[in-house]
Design a protein around this ligand. Structure first.
Ligand code: ATP
Ligand code: MG
Length: 267
């Protein structure tokens, strides 16, 4: 699979991008493939960690019930938890709001050797804030510029950045939110404000289109991942991670001393 096919450029039109691709594979085959990719991912992650020079940042954005949590669960479970740090960004607190919008983000960017996953991110500061008119268009433009510079800064220090928008249809969101109401084990996930946000579907679409168009750069490209089918979403993301880690090509470090005549004796 060509994982780069879902990469977007400078003019994003979400209505033209698929939410329900399946790659013509059955669910069963797709899931088996994802597990197989996972074995390879784990090996590359081991090298990334051992090399301790480069790092990977995966930014996950989606509408409510878009599948961010499911992606973390099903794709990143394939990797050694020691090398992955997931950060969930919620509504900024009082202290956060006394600083610039990137202040609370920077400490969570990945150290050399690590993979960081952002479950929501600084992109909320140009999405939900715009939909609710908390910032003007001019402020949004300034923030896009700050984001591009911030991502350039991370890239210049050896951080690869993958930004994934999990693209679901409004019907798929309706079904998933309804499921949270109907299934007692999912009730805890239901948040009445999700319905208010859902009512602003078109405003979110245009905020996402603006943000993706303004910030999909070579250093930090956006991918619009078809996400109506969870198993296909997982497979695309696993493939994208695999291709990215292969390109990064991390190497085990050379031993710092001569090991040829060293052996571990019995005690
Ligand atoms: P799920 O999709 O499973 O519901 P979630 O990511 O929506 O998970 P919640 O705790 O329901 O988790 O919601 C987090 C909320 O925090 C979202 O409504 C999001 O828009 C909001 N949020 C995150 N960052 C910011 C920000 N910078 N400014 C304003 N709101 C933010
Ligand atoms: Mg929510």
């Amino acid at each position: 699979m060509d994982s780069k096919r879902y990469r977007v450029g400078k003019k994003v039109n979400l209505s033209k991008l698929p939410t329900d691709d399946t790659g013509k594979l059955s669910r069963e085959d797709s899931e088996a493939e994802t597990l197989e990719i996972g074995l390879e991912l784990a090996k590359l992650q081991d090298r990334l960690y051992a090399e301790s020079k480069q790092s990977l940042l995966v930014v996950l954005q989606a509408r409510d019930a878009g599948g961010k949590d499911g992606t973390v669960k099903h794709v990143f479970e394939l990797i050694n938890p020691q090398g992955v740090i997931v950060t969930n960004f919620k509504v900024p607190n009082e202290e956060d709001l006394k600083h610039d919008f990137l202040w609370r983000i920077h400490p969570h960017t990945p150290a050399a050797g690590m993979i960081a996953v952002f479950n929501r991110s600084y992109y909320e500061d140009v999405l939900v804030t715009r939909v609710h008119d908390l910032i003007s268009d001019k402020e949004a433009e300034q923030r896009f510029k700050h984001i591009r510079h911030f991502e350039d800064l991370l890239a210049s220090r050896g951080t690869r950045i993958l930004k994934l928008y999990l693209h679901i249809s409004s019907e798929e969101q309706r079904e998933r939110l309804q499921e949270r109401l109907d299934d007692p084990e999912k009730n805890w996930k239901f948040n009445p404000s999700d319905l208010k946000e859902r009512a602003r579907w078109p405003e979110y679409t245009s905020a996402y289109e603006d943000a993706l168009s303004a910030t999909s750069t070579d250093a930090a490209p956006w991918y619009v991942i078809p996400a109506d089918h969870k198993w296909y979403r997982n497979r695309v993301i696993a493939t994208l991670l695999l291709d990215t880690l292969r390109e990064m090509n991390p190497q085990y470090p050379e031993p710092e001393f001569d090991l040829t005549n060293v052996a571990v004796g019995a005690i």
